[in-house]
Design a protein around this ligand. Structure first.
Ligand code: ADP
Ligand code: MG
Length: 263
């Protein structure tokens, strides 16, 4: 496998994790994660605080390196290439290219405060992808429309509510035309009355066929939109299945204990 060859085959998985381990110093945070995400799948990742959910998302985006195991996005190893049976760290340009294919939305919106909504969205396509400004702008307007903020293009983040800022953050991630979107508790920092508008945008994305991994405590969303529900605890996948199965008939005591607290 070569790192740069764009995969041309039809993929059966967008994400494949095989025995992914990650430690911070002596603390092992991921203890062998195995999972697969199919094209168009919405996987909801739930579990107690500290179970390794954010760390796992960060590994997918190569914001963290994996210590052992294999992590593939679109059949490409994340951050490494395999030559002669050995793993070699990819060059920065290749890592950047891999990262561009994965959009990430965090709990905090992280918009550039000195840029308008539109400028926030066009920044990376123009600066990183070298898209022509006019095209980036046209795409940004389309994305603002999609997240219901066509009339806020020229507003600064401070002039927008938390829910509106988070919707701009989603549009900004989509501007890079990712094939996978990662959401890390995207509604946890929002006032309750603003949660729905962000979940609505995510629901629309799912309907349009976007592949998504969503770390969330919104079990209603998981039940309604998720294809798969994965319950993590202590750095392992305790169980996974359809949301109806996992929520309706959890097989493990740890899952039951967690669900009894959040449902
Ligand atoms: P979750 O998102 O499920 O709450 P995290 O992936 O954020 O869990 O964290 C899992 C564990 O890893 C926690 O115990 C946390 O303190 C630890 N951890 C996360 N990031 C770091 C880091 N950069 N350095 C050291 N420990 C970390
Ligand atoms: Mg987290």
């Amino acid at each position: 496998m070569t790192a740069k060859a764009a995969p041309t085959t039809t993929h059966t998985t967008v994400v494949r994790a095989e025995g992914v381990h990650k430690s911070y110093g002596p603390v092992e945070v991921l203890k062998g994660i195995d999972l697969e995400v199919a094209p168009g799948e919405v996987m909801c990742l739930v579990g107690p605080s500290g179970s390794g959910k954010s760390t796992f998302l960060r590994c997918i985006n190569h914001l963290e390196t994996v210590d052992a195991g294999r992590l593939y996005v679109r059949d490409e190893l994340v951050g490494y290439e395999e030559r002669g049976g050995r793993l070699h760290v990819l060059r920065d340009t290749d890592i950047a290219r891999q990262r561009r294919g994965v959009g990430m939305v965090f709990q905090r919106f992280n918009l550039f405060p000195h840029m308008t909504a539109l400028e926030n969205i066009t920044e990376a396509p123009v600066q990183v992808k070298k898209e022509p400004k006019a095209e980036a702008r046209r795409h940004a307007e389309e994305l603002l429309e999609r997240v219901g903020l066509a009339d806020k293009a020229h507003h600064y983040p401070s002039q927008l509510s938390g829910g509106q800022q988070q919707r701009v953050a989603i549009a900004r991630a989509l501007a890079m035309r990712p094939e996978l979107m990662l959401f890390d508790e995207p509604t946890s920092a929002l006032d309750p009355e603003l949660v729905g508008e962000v979940l609505d945008v995510m629901r629309g994305l799912a309907r349009d066929g976007m592949t998504m991994i969503v770390v969330t405590h919104e079990m209603g969303f998981a039940r309604e939109v998720g294809d798969t529900l994965v319950f993590m605890d202590g750095g392992v996948v305790v169980e996974s299945g359809t949301p109806a199965d996992v929520l309706g008939a959890p097989r493990h005591e740890r899952t039951r204990a967690f669900l009894s607290k959040v449902l």
